[in-house]
Design a protein around this ligand. Structure first.
Ligand SMILES: NC(=O)c1ccc[n+]([C@@H]2O[C@H](COP(=O)([O-])OP(=O)(O)OC[C@H]3O[C@@H](n4cnc5c(N)ncnc54)[C@H](O)[C@@H]3O)[C@@H](O)[C@H]2O)c1
Length: 342
């Protein structure tokens, strides 16, 4: 089935949507990007012209209802994701949606139901799962090589210097959009176990002047699982040394660590010591994992059985985000059951 050509459309041609379009065009051989839609006038047309994509529109429904498309990739701002997923499912399209799939448990369930009712694939953009080191770490854990998981860690430190306008960052972004990756990674590494309780603390240490408006850029979240394991997820918006993504699972018989910052294996030895360049962007660090997640998506559309992050996985990661937000508000542990009947 690998040679089957799958036709895709992209909704949302912003920063990551543009990179996803380039990934489909240049790095996923058995897919064709047929159409791009973005409501910002001219944005889809410019990207389509640059990449040689046949169709473009500023009308999202036109793309969703295009009979030439088998699947759509949703890379709009988060608050639009659920409704776009549902519309695409109802039009019979297979759906890849960027994280977070939904901002409420009710919406997560609506998206899952829409895909089930339509009989289409629903894949979520948890790209860390497609990274070689994380995938091998998970296989080692699943094979019992570290015994019973006891302590897990996952961290996201976005590359600095921080130069965004905090006023343009929706409240709780650090949980809904940043740490949601870590929550999914931890759930996935602690395979078969469910989170039961969350405690979170957060602050604005990078841009403290914005804290009074609810902005947060630094957070630590502890998660207790029903197999007894305890996990820590942490995030910060400004790592001056690069884009820092790491994971670690410690078990009764060993440990796996995942994550590499160096741009390459080249080390520069000089009078001032040993130096390595670091990766500075998600699109560098995850260039091939992004290609792998779309390869998985098109293989699933072509009928192969692919292990990929699902709507249920997105709902479980969201439940931790919601519990973390409640925990920051109350400064107390919050049970998963109190925020979500998962
Ligand atoms: N998985 C990852 O590594 C990763 C990385 C970056 C961003 N993301 C996620 O991707 C999504 C987009 O992030 P971004 O940084 O590209 O944002 P962005 O603001 O750069 O781009 C969003 C685009 O969507 C368009 N848009 C606005 N309203 C729309 C609507 N109703 N329907 C369709 N399109 C609409 C905008 O015109 C814009 O071009 C977010 O959910 C973000 O969390 C994921």
């Amino acid at each position: 089935m690998k040679t089957k050509n799958i036709s895709l459309g992209l909704i949302g041609a912003g920063r990551i949507g543009t990179f996803h379009a380039e990934t489909i065009v240049y790095r996923v051989p058995n897919a064709t990007l047929v159409s791009i839609a973005d409501p910002a006038e001219g944005v889809a047309a410019a990207l389509a012209a640059r990449l040689g994509v046949e169709k473009s529109t500023s009308n999202i429904s036109t793309l969703i209802n295009d009979p030439d498309l088998q699947g759509v990739i949703i890379a709009s701002p988060a608050r639009f994701h659920t409704d776009l997923v549902i519309q695409a499912c109802e039009a019979g399209k297979h759906v890849f949606v960027e994280k977070p799939m939904a901002l409420t448990i009710e919406n997560a369930k609506r998206a899952i139901d829409a895909a089930e009712n339509a009989g289409v694939t629903l894949q979520v953009g948890f790209n860390r799962r497609w990274d070689q080191a994380f995938a091998e770490g998970r296989s080692a854990i699943a094979a019992g090589k570290i015994g019973a998981p006891q302590l897990l860690r996952s961290l996201t430190r976005d590359p600095g210097p921080f130069c965004a306008d905090p006023a343009k960052i929706p409240q709780w972004t650090i949980f809904y959009e940043t740490l949601i990756h870590d929550f999914d990674t931890l759930n996935w590494l602690n395979n078969g176990s469910k989170p039961v309780e969350v405690y979170a603390t957060a602050d604005a240490l990078v841009a403290p002047e914005a804290k009074s408006s609810g902005y947060l850029d630094t957070a630590v979240v502890t998660i207790k699982y029903d197999n007894g394991a305890i996990a820590v997820a942490e995030a910060n918006f400004s790592a001056l040394y690069g884009y820092d993504i790491r994971g670690e699972v410690f078990g009764s018989e060993g440990m796996v660590t995942m994550g590499e910052m160096a741009r390459s294996s080249m080390s520069l030895y000089s009078a001032s010591g040993v130096a390595q360049d670091t990766l500075r962007k998600d699109t560098e660090r995850f260039m091939w994992p992004y290609a792998a997640e779309f390869q998985g998506f098109v293989d699933a559309i072509a009928g192969e059985r692919i292990e990929a992050p699902t709507g249920e996985d997105a709902k479980m990661a969201l439940a931790i985000a919601l519990a973390a937000i409640e925990s920051v508000k109350s400064n107390a542990p919050v049970s998963i059951a109190s925020v979500a009947q998962t």
